[in-house]
Design a protein around this ligand. Structure first.
Ligand SMILES: NC(=O)c1ccc[n+]([C@@H]2O[C@H](COP(=O)([O-])OP(=O)(O)OC[C@H]3O[C@@H](n4cnc5c(N)ncnc54)[C@H](O)[C@@H]3O)[C@@H](O)[C@H]2O)c1
Length: 358
């Protein structure tokens, strides 16, 4: 999206925030906790600390990891990121210092007990997250609101484990957090409306554009992107159109960076900057279900099949979730896309060849 387009969206979000504040000013989350300082958590802590330093959004931020080495790594990541901004004249060194000064780095979880909002960004594992939330539910003051940054897990399931489902939301940031504007803010059937509005307001106060979404698989972005791939396969199966024509249509007619069948075939190494959210979602989905390392660059048609089979099983009444026979056949034949040299296209290394099915 153009800078102008993004600015317009942000302005609209600002107007929405102003309108909300006019009707009922949302109460600030004064003290923020961030759990997990990996790829996402360090970005969330940094972004919130910048808003704290510049606009007084938070009095302090408690950044927590279980292990000192991971905590140090998270601190270094933030320090390097702000140093880079200073060296490029994008941040005053005094602001960088104030930003770092807003964050308390700790491995002592009791420091989180009196925070007002906790954003969790630990690895994508439901058992681990539920254990964490059940402990936090007992340790934190009753008013603390919990927010998970999960990409692929049920917010409702975590909310119930926390024993405070009314004070539980999802905040799905995109990578890299410091740059990406969008945050999907997820509400479950249990979420209290006031807490949800506060979470949405917080997202916008730290400079992001928040969108509201229910606890639907894939939230908005991936809930629409994955079925897009599936529908393209079904079109092919019905012989409505051929591979190249489907892909060209979506590329040239709908402005997609690459067509859906081409995308389904690809490994994330090829897609890095184009479909970051989808790749990350697919990786998270697989890491949650298979305990694969999150950075395993191994998505392809088997990953598409795995996600679809999971969604069909969990949401049997959702008509958008189907497993195309073509997809199943290709995976059974080990035609997994680029990584095995053959999928919807033939591949020679990173070079895409002719379509396999016409
Ligand atoms: N990677 C992405 O692009 C992306 C985008 C949006 C959402 N997410 C979601 O954000 C979450 C984190 O993903 P990530 O890519 O930052 O992972 P990551 O592996 O980079 O970071 C996870 C961090 O959590 C820490 N951790 C693990 N268990 C912990 C615990 N019990 N307490 C405290 N810290 C703990 C780890 O030490 C690690 O530093 C996942 O739920 C993922 O689905 C990821």
């Amino acid at each position: 999206m153009s800078i102008k387009g993004t600015a317009q969206l942000a302005a609209r979000a600002g107007r929405r925030r102003a309108a909300r504040q006019f009707s009922a000013p949302a109460q600030n989350f004064d003290k923020l906790g961030v759990i997990g300082l990996g790829l996402m958590g360090h970005g969330i802590a940094q972004t919130a600390a910048a808003a704290a330093a510049n606009d007084g959004v938070h009095s302090s931020i408690i950044a927590y990891e279980t292990d000192q080495a991971f905590l140090d790594r998270g601190r270094d990541r933030i320090q390097k990121s702000v140093d880079r901004l200073v060296s490029r004249d994008k941040m005053e060194s005094a602001t960088a210092e104030a930003l770092m000064g807003k964050i308390t780095f700790t491995t002592d979880r009791s420091a989180l007990s009196d925070t007002d909002l906790i954003v969790e960004a630990i690895i994508e594992n439901m058992d681990l997250k539920k254990k964490l939330y059940s402990e936090l539910g007992a340790e934190c003051k009753p008013e603390t609101v919990f927010a998970s940054n999960t990409s692929s897990l049920s917010i409702t399931e975590m909310a119930l484990a926390s024993s405070r489902p009314d004070k539980f939301v999802g905040v799905h940031f995109f990578n890299p957090v410091q740059v990406m504007k969008l945050v999907e803010v997820i509400k479950t059937v249990h979420t209290n409306e006031d807490e949800f509005e506060r979470a949405l307001d917080w997202v916008e106060k730290i400079g992001k554009v928040g969108v509201k979404c229910g606890d639907t698989p894939g939230f908005i972005v991936n809930r629409l992107l994955v079925p897009n791939l599936i529908q393209a396969m079904l079109m092919l199966e019905r012989k409505d159109a051929e591979t190249r024509d489907i892909d060209l249509s979506m590329q040239l007619g709908a402005g997609q960076p690459m067509g859906p069948l081409h995308l389904a075939d690809c490994e994330c190494t090829l897609l890095k900057h184009k479909y970051q959210a989808l790749i990350e979602f697919m990786k998270s989905f697989c890491s949650a279900a298979y305990s694969l390392p999150v950075d395993k660059p191994d998505i392809g048609l088997d990953t598409c099949l795995f996600i679809m089979e999971g969604w069909v099983k969990d949401f049997p009444n959702e008509t958008a979730f189907v497993v195309p026979k073509t997809l199943k056949d290709k995976v059974d034949a080990n035609e997994l896309g680029r990584k095995t040299g053959r999928g919807f296209y033939l591949w020679e290394g990173d070079k895409r060849g002719d379509p396999v099915d016409g």
